[in-house]
Design a protein around this ligand. Structure first.
Ligand SMILES: [Zn+2]
Length: 443
């Protein structure tokens, strides 16, 4: 079923018709996580959004190659390893733990596995070749074991975030680092003491963050791709720098369409650990079924900020229960390619992934579908295959979260963070007596 797909392209600032380079296939790269901590509700929103896009593109009969990376070497990881294991070179153990945890969260949210999930540590020779290529082309320079990208060598710098070099110059922090020729230049390779990390033409060291994505996208997808995605917070500098690197080496245009999902806010404020309004997916899953969380995301269009709240999730849960009851086990999930209702729903999704409008079609046609078994079966299949909602009835338990229960949940979270397993188990037992079953995460 080929239909035109409209997507908001950050590069043009407009909603436009999506046209891949090859009419039958799509190359999509989405920036993955740095596995140094648990994934939060902002990550959940991002990867559910791109999961729906992945499913939709396949429905539109494209052959899709979807790459999503793990940044498994990075300052944050090294700091965590230093702090928890007393040795920053044990960052690999920290990374593996959080990669497993992330994978578990994605499975719970019913996100399909990307075609490839490369890790930075597996592509170091490719990164070194990429950096050398940029030096050879005059876009980068080595100083004392570091390599920097010369931002002024790339005239298009700023085209994604619509900033000029002069704007940036004014805002640039005066850094202590005087190795750079220009304060705007950014690191491609970070020198480290001899014998540590990886050997390179510039001595021992490790890659900078931005170069990893350019190198992995070119290795697994090619020099020019169709869709590059990620959270809006990555537009500058990360994606701007990716463009400078990839187009610096291979020429324009690195990605045809840049798709960015908006922030998740809590009480109208950006989520942050310091504001204490920060929720991991696992914390939310302790109170809500992951399918309710997925349904909640899908009801909010990705281009708008999502004001996250537990009240909002409660409403979503109520509606999701209604949905599961409507498409109960007496309703089979059939092929939906011939269904007029499904077609109407896909049209909504093709309009910049308008999930809210898709659900709107269902509520408009609710009575009609009630009496039309065939259409109801088709719509059920669409929800399962395209929206990734399993529609399995939720357990009836669902106890109301009173302030007392919330206090116990918070205390248990604190105990877990402090690695006080005994206290954490005691609190779990107390919660159990109140009818709250908390999941045990791996330590
Ligand atoms: Zn990236």
């Amino acid at each position: 079923m080929k239909k035109p797909l409209m997507l908001t392209n950050t590069l043009s600032g407009k909603k436009e018709l999506f046209e891949p380079r090859n009419p039958n296939s799509v190359l999509m790269y989405v920036c993955g996580v740095t596995p140094y901590d648990e994934a939060h509700i902002g990550h959940g929103r991002c990867y559910v959004t791109f999961d729906v896009l992945f499913r939709l593109l396949q429905q539109l009969e494209y052959e899709v190659t979807y790459a999503r990376n793990f940044t498994d070497v990075d300052d944050k990881l090294l700091n965590r390893a230093e702090k928890e294991l007393g040795d920053r070179m044990r960052f690999g153990e920290v990374a593996q733990h959080y990669i497993d945890s992330f994978t578990d969260d994605m499975e719970k949210l019913n996100c399909m596995k990307p075609t490839v999930e490369p890790r930075v540590t597996q592509v170091i020779p490719d990164i070194i070749r990429f950096v050398q290529g940029l030096i050879d082309k005059g876009h980068a320079y080595a100083v004392d074991g570091d390599v920097y990208y010369a931002v002024r060598s790339f005239p298009d710098y700023g085209k994604l975030s619509r900033r000029t070099l002069d704007d940036l110059q004014v805002g640039a922090r005066v850094e202590v680092n005087d190795k750079k020729h220009d304060p705007l230049d950014f690191a491609l390779w970070k020198g480290e003491p001899a014998g540590s990390f990886w050997h390179s033409p510039w001595g021992y060291g490790r890659p900078g963050w931005h170069i990893e994505c350019s190198a992995m996208a070119s290795k697994f997808l090619g020099a020019h791709i169709d869709i590059h995605g990620g959270g809006m917070d990555l537009i500058f500098p990360h994606h701007e720098n990716e463009i400078a690197q990839s187009e610096g080496l291979f020429g324009p245009r690195f990605a045809r369409c840049w798709v960015h999902n908006a922030f998740v806010q809590v009480n109208k404020e950006k989520m942050s650990k310091s504001l204490n309004n920060f929720f991991t997916l696992k914390q939310v899953f302790e109170q809500f079924d992951p399918m309710v969380v997925r349904y909640y995301y899908l009801n909010h269009n990705y281009t708008n900020p999502l004001d996250f709240s537990f009240e909002g999730l409660q409403v979503a849960e109520k509606n999701y229960r209604r949905l599961c009851a409507f498409f109960d086990e007496t309703c089979s999930a059939d092929e939906f390619n011939q269904s007029p209702t499904a077609s109407l729903m896909i049209d909504k999704l093709c309009d910049d992934l308008n999930g809210a409008a898709l659900f709107g079609v269902l509520f408009e046609k609710w009575d009609e579908l009630k009496n039309n078994e065939q259409e109801r079966s088709a719509v059920k299949a669409l929800f399962q295959d395209l929206m990734g909602l399993t529609l399995l009835p939720l357990p009836e338990q669902q106890v109301e979260i009173t302030p007392e229960i919330q206090a116990l949940l918070d205390a248990r979270e604190k105990a877990r963070q402090e690695r006080d397993w005994k206290k954490s188990d005691e609190l779990r037992d107390q919660l159990r007596q109140l009818g709250i079953e908390v999941q045990d995460r791996k330590a």
